[in-house]
Design a protein around this ligand. Sequence first.
Ligand code: 5GP
Ligand code: ZN
Length: 114
Amino acid sequence: MSDCLFCRIVSGAIPAKLVHDDALCVGFLDINPQAPHHALFIPRRHLASMNEATPEDRELLGHLMVAAAKYARDQGFSEPGYRLVMNTNRDAGQTVFHVHLHMLAGRQLAWPPG
Ligand code: 5GP
Ligand code: ZN
């Protein structure tokens, strides 16, 4: 069994509140939400961080963005707005080393982020 937390969510070994599921990615609610609505979109295939992304990952990463944007739209966040963000490595605060796209919504989000 994989020792990657998010691979284990993909396989169903660790439960999560799924909000999206397709051939390439899954979306689920963040366990420690940083906004009233906080979901994570991850590729089914393990990719540790954007540091490992190659041109072969273009379709997969584009797919993640479009899936998260559709979810935000379906949840009614198009007009008030939302944020899609990926943290990469230490300075950005990445804690789980399986690529994940955060979708944050439901409050005024500060810029620049902390
Ligand atoms: P990072 O800091 O790496 O960008 O984001 C990791 C995110 O994963 C955090 O927002 C954290 O709350 C979330 N997270 C960590 N462990 C779990 C878990 O077991 N289940 C869920 N649903 N989210 C998790
Ligand atoms: Zn993984």
